[in-house]
Design a protein around this ligand. Structure first.
Ligand code: UDP
Length: 333
């Protein structure tokens, strides 16, 4: 049994789906602070009655609840943990740092302590490109200096450091996956990106197209990039999810601790993203140009060569158009 914390959320639900469809039994632990019960219900429906698909259980609860975690790890005979439950809004993290250090950092320690107590040895940890801060060199490799410019990134860097100590002292093996810009939705169109409030570019553009929001603002067009807007590396959420399976299976097969970037390796500007949505939906998208958003680096593009080489990971959706198409299926559906 694999414990997936945060499995009712956007990335977590896609990870749970891939695990289930690869035959793993999954228990989701989620306090539904940002995840959705409906997503778990959909996952159950997707898995039900299908051959070769694992069993899904859902437990409502918090990663800070030691008693609950210990009983889960023991009673469900959990072999590995995939830990995604976290807050992830950069702006909010700068206004309320305690919320991030508490939920993202302290609770990770709680999970690790419970793992030690119960003899669970493997963990896949959901980290972020925000650990790097302002890039000194792109594409960013895992050796790039780690210098977060916001509390969200710092809360994750601390966990990576803590993981190193738990490996050294308790022999816990981990894979830390540093995600770039997760986007798109499961090919079924049944699960997808659902944040309230939404802050991410692709769903915001879709909401504008669907008339669910009045305005779309591009945050700055005076960056040192070819069209003046920020460049990001958008990776399909299913590709991201599949990397978790590879990491988990490698850990269960005896691999040592690792840190990997996860991106597509190609960057797209905000304008290119809007143009691609426009092409996919067959409609012009109206937007205005606003101020820069605080803390946005001009270019963030990953090198994912390490995970390709070591785990054989390969993106199934390298084209932005296909990523956007899958997101549209979910939003439109
Ligand atoms: N962005 C934008 N308008 C929006 C939302 C985002 O121009 O309404 C830009 C943002 O400044 C960044 C890019 O789109 O350059 C991707 O932002 P997102 O919040 O999706 O992801 P992030 O890169 O912050 O993780």
């Amino acid at each position: 049994m694999i414990l997936v914390t945060g499995g009712a959320g956007y990335i977590g639900s896609h990870v749970a789906k891939e695990l289930l469809f690869n035959g793993h039994d999954v228990v989701i632990l989620d306090n539904l602070s940002t995840g959705h019960k409906e997503t778990v219900k959909t996952l159950k429906e997707m898995a039900q009655g299908r051959k070769g698909v694992g069993e899904l259980e859902f437990v409502f609860g918090d990663t800070g609840d030691k008693e609950l975690l210990v009983s889960l790890l023991r009673e469900k005979a959990v072999s590995s943990v995939v830990h995604l439950a976290a807050f992830s809004l950069v702006g909010e993290s700068m206004q309320n740092p305690g919320k991030y250090f508490d939920n993202n950092t302290s609770r990770a320690v709680n999970i690790l302590e419970c793992m030690v107590e119960c003899g669970v040895r493997n963990i896949v940890f959901s980290s972020t490109a925000a650990v790097y801060g302002e890039p000194v060199e792109v594409p960013i490799t895992e050796d790039h200096p780690v210098k977060p410019t916001n509390v969200y990134g710092a809360s994750k860097v601390m966990v990576e450091e803590i993981l190193r100590w738990y490996d050294r002292i308790h022999g816990i093996k981990y894979v830390s996956l540093r995600y770039f810009n997760a986007a798109g939705a499961d090919e079924s169109g049944l699960i997808g990106e659902w944040h309230e409030p939404e802050t991410h570019l692709i769903p915001i553009v879709m909401q504008k197209v669907l008339g669910q929001r009045d305005k779309l603002t591009v945050f700055g067009d005076d960056y040192p990039t070819p069209d003046g807007t920020c460049i990001r590396d958008y990776i399909h959420v299913t590709d991201l999810a599949r990397a978790h399976i590879l990491a988990l299976e490698a850990l269960e097969g005896g691999m040592g601790s690792k840190v990997y970037n996860l991106g597509n390796g190609s960057g797209y500007s905000v304008r290119e993203v809007i143009d691609t949505v426009s092409e996919v939906v067959g409609q012009d998208v109206v937007y205005d140009i606003g101020e820069r958003r605080a803390g946005d680096p001009a270019v963030l593009v990953a090198s994912s060569d390490k995970i390709k080489k070591e785990l054989g990971w390969k993106p199934g959706y390298p084209e932005l158009k296909d990523i956007v198409r899958s997101a549209w299926k979910w939003h439109w559906g």
